[in-house]
Design a protein around this ligand. Sequence first.
Ligand SMILES: *Cc1c(COP(=O)(O)O)cnc(C)c1O
Length: 387
Amino acid sequence: MKGTFPITQFRQIETPFYYYDTALLRQTLRSIIEESSRYRGFCVHYAIKANANPKILNIISQSGLGADCVSGGEIKAAIAAGIPGGKIVFAGVGKSDWEINTGLKHNIFSFNVESIPELEVINELAARQDKVARIALRINPNVGAHTHANITTGLAENKFGITMRDMEGVIDYARTLKNVQFVGLHFHIGSQILDMGDFEALCNRINDLQQQLDNHHIHVENINVGGGLGIDYHHPNRLPVPDFKSYFKTYAKFLKLRPHQTLHFELGRAVVAQCGSLITKVLYVKQGDFKQFAIVDAGMTDLIRPALYQAYHKIENITCDDPQETYDVVGPICESSDVFAKAVDLNRCERGHLLALRSAGAYGEAMASQYNCRQLPKGYTTEDLLW
Ligand SMILES: *Cc1c(COP(=O)(O)O)cnc(C)c1O
């Protein structure tokens, strides 16, 4: 056992694979519940797209969190994990008819609507099922987040949501439709946000919008502020449970909730990122002219974040304690971007050593592909390895 990894068991499993530390996941969930329940009306939904592994979903479902889904498949996964429809919210700019019907069938808490044509289709499909769909409008708040450009979502230039200028008109229109009920406003400004000032800016924007709606006597039952809380990729062991206390406190302090309003959160990364590691084996150590490569059996098909967003994952040699050397850690895929890290110091690597790519529980397994006819990586939990 090096660090917290059951390395003896690891040696008997085919690599690459994801390993999930379920004790850490449970500790994280306890912290979310403890810190959010300090405030009246705070409800947390887990953003399933971060990690839809059924074992992970079951643990999250048991903790009592709701779900944030961005596809019909995710609604099915949430239901299969035991999350009731009444705790499911459904966002996405391009909901297809079967996905909307799936949401209607399960009487979900709300459809987060991103356009007028979508509103009309939901109204029509709900009428066919003789139902009234609860809808929230996803508003683009034009609030920037200090994060990677590919993961900001709340700027006017992004494809998401309805503009603030159109908000009132769309609410008025929704109220003329018989099979939808306007219940809330939804926002989501981006991901991997560590500056609480970004969330504060969102609160201020929502306060202005609520004031505007108050002036027109438009009642809003709930506010949904999305997710986006980041984690410390550089120090996965330092504070493995994100600072949920400051996060919820920011909203409690700056957002002016109306009496009886509930406040909904959609946290993905912050729930699952730190509990997961991608475990991979060193296939070859190759000496280049100016550097050496540790060629591993995992690639961008297993963990695409470094190739897609230049994301950093801390890498550790969990087999060996020899003095450190400098490596480029690269995968076997036929793409130059299939690089996990450049010039990182690792305990000296040899063929057969296991490496852990840390903080890979979010947007790791969920984004895996079969490019190059590769197998999807399997995911194992702590419980799976108790033999
Ligand atoms: C992706 C997403 C989330 C979760 O984002 P995290 O950064 O993982 O917390 C929440 N809400 C919506 C609408 C999303 O698309």
